[in-house]
Every structure is written in structure tokens, then in C-alpha cells.
Design a protein around this ligand. Sequence first.
Ligand SMILES: [Zn+2]
Length: 444
Amino acid sequence: MLMEGRYWNEEIETMPRAELEEYQLRALREELEFAYENSPYYRRSFDAAGVKPGDLRELGDISRFPFIDKKTQRDAQGVGSFLGELCAVPEEDVVFISTSSGSTGVPTMSPFTQRDFDEWQDVESRIFYQAGMRRADRYLHALNFSLYVGGPDVIGAQRLGALCIWGGTIPSDRLIYILQTYRPTCMWTSPSYAWHLGETCMKNGIDPAKDLAVRRIFVAGEMGGSIDGTRKAIEELWGAELYDFYGLSDIFGACAGMCGEKDGLHIAEDHILVETVDVETGEPLAPGETGELVYTTLRKRARPMIRFRTGDIGRIDKGACRCGRTHGRIHVMGRKDDMFIVSAVNVFPSDIEAVVRGQKGITGEYLIRVTEKSYTCQYEVTVERSESNSSETDEEVADRIQRALKARIGVKPARVVVEREGALERSLHKARRIIDERKLTYSI
Ligand SMILES: [Zn+2]
């Protein structure tokens, strides 16, 4: 069947909110029952908290159920069986596992039944479609296939009907060969790699905007796609539209993505119940307030995730979007672990990136160093001046960036270091741009 309308699944994507919330309530009741009946972990934790699935009368009652987090996953992993105590199906029903990158400790494993897998890929098709991919597109999937949850997302593009090129994470020269020879119209990579790849093309005499066919770039795994300055710089370099996607190895490769309005990322609310909670107390916040995002899966069978604290700080906007979709839009500001506090102001690396990418005369690369002096937290930022910038001294550049940071964040950096172009290390896939040199542990 040809599907070239506005939506991948109009009924689900544009369901009136009241109906969507009724749907969520029914699905949530079933998910809680299923978890309680089949997962040794949830049976024990619900019992310990004195709650039963039947206690859920309305969506807000979810706050009576206990949280889980990465540590819960690690502790439950391998207990009782290979798949661990959070798993709610026998191993023979599991058809796929992915693992987290392990960037915050021991990698955690995420199991899927065939139904989980198929529904996940349907969400991928929806997110690709929402970002403008159509059957006539050629799609280059430049993500890691080895155990990484983003790998299989290419199947979602294939289900949509696009011609799919399973590129993986291969060296830049081979990707550039694919870009030149097969002329894909869409591509998915990380924001830092999209930038690096575009710059590499330029150095090789290929202008991505003129000489290549890529007109849509999907990015995930870093904040860049939602930072206006970064997004616009990549869009300009490639002559393409950039759409930010958001996923978690614990749930789906991508469970949220931008529509053409690019004002937050529509999250698949038919699969995920989103809460925001106070980072310190865990108390639920009203929709729209900024806090830690907490997700509950509504249909996952292999490993239901009930009240998973993601460590991501953000908010959800449930207001109407101009695209006509009714599913809420998440705005993620950054990782809880990356946030630091200077003079009582919460600072996210994404705020610093927004400033650095919006300034002329520097390359947009940066490094943040968080330090402490006399028991006070402070930060410094290293930037690179562009080779083409001959009108300013280093001091003038530093002064200008320092003032821009103060204006956006409210506290100025202890200093801005100006390096020559190319001095900062370019990361190929997931850029690490913050070094925390504090000896004290600050509670956040
Ligand atoms: Zn929208």
C-alpha cells in the first residue's frame, strides 16, 4: 500500500488527548499486571511498596509505584536467569538483545520479544516519516550495528519503503564514497559526526551542499540536534534539513523525534508514559515543568520498564503542535550527570554549546573544564578561533565569548581559552566535551 499522506499512522498520531490518555490508562493497567505477574523483581518491589496493579485508577496513580534506574537494571541483570529478574518472559520468547554503551558503568542489556521488536520498528517508521522520509528516498544508516540499539532502526526505514544502505560505522573515506556513488538523500549519524564528515568532505574538495544528494539528516545520541546554533551550522554545511531523534537502549533506538516544526521531539505516547520528577525528591512535577524525565513502557513484554529514571533533564509540552500530532513533545536539556552548579545557577553543557555555535570567528568546537577554587565551583571554556578570523586578537575573542556566555547562562566562565583552529580533538561519534576536575562531589 502506498502511504504518502501527512502521517504514518494518522489515527494514533492525531488522537485527541483525552482519548490518548484513556488509551494510556488501559495499556498501563495491563502493563503493570503483566509486570507484577511475570517479573520477580516487580512482584517484590510492588509488594515492598505496598502497591498492587489494581491500585491504578488514573494515570497520576503511577506515582505510587517505585522507581527503577540504571542501578536497578545492573543489580537485577543475570539474577535467576541469563536475562535477569526484570525480564517478564521466558528466554525462548526473546529474539533480540541490545546493550547500553556502558558510558555510565557496566553495560545493561535490553531484551525484546518479536512483538516488542516489530512495534519498535513501527515507531521508527513513524519517526522517519514524521521527519519527511518517503518511499522514494535513499537512506544511509551510518550507526553502529554491534549490540547498539540504534543499529536495527534501519529496518524502520525499510518498512517505510525507502531504499536502505546499511552503512554502519565505517571510515569516513568509505562513507564519502557511498555518499558520492549511491547518492543517498537521507542519513542518520551523531551531530558531531555529521559535522566532522561534512568538514572532511570540504577538505577533499567535495561541497556536501552542492556535490552530494543528502537533504535530510537525522541525529541522536548528543544534544546538538536540539541546539539551534549547532543544527543550523550542520544544515548550512550540508544544505540539508536536520531532525533530532532521541532514544534509549532501555526502550527503543529512537522513541521521539522532531516533526517539521522542530519545536521539541514528539514522543510515542502510545508506548511510553512520560513523567517529570524533582531531581532531588522524586516528587512528580506538573507537565511543562523541568525535571528528570521518567518513563514507563506501556506495551513492552520482554522487560517492562516501570518508572525508569533516565538521568535526562527536560520537560514535556503536551500542547497542540502545528503539525497536527497530539503526542507530547519532549525538550531535553542534558544529562543530570553533566549538569553543574555555579553560583547557584544550573549550567548545562548544551547552554554553552548554544553560545559557542552561535558566534562568528570561531570554529564551534569547544571543551568545558569544571574546576573548583576555594571550594567554589567554576567553569572555563576552550574555543578555537577560525583561521579566517584575522580581525580580532585572541583577547578580543575571549572577551566576546565570555560576555555571550554570561548573557545566556547568567554566570560568566572563570576564563575563556582561545586555541588555533584544529587544536581540539574531533570526536568521530559521541563527543565528550566536558572534563570535571572537581575534587568535591556536589549534590544536584
Ligand atoms: Zn509536530
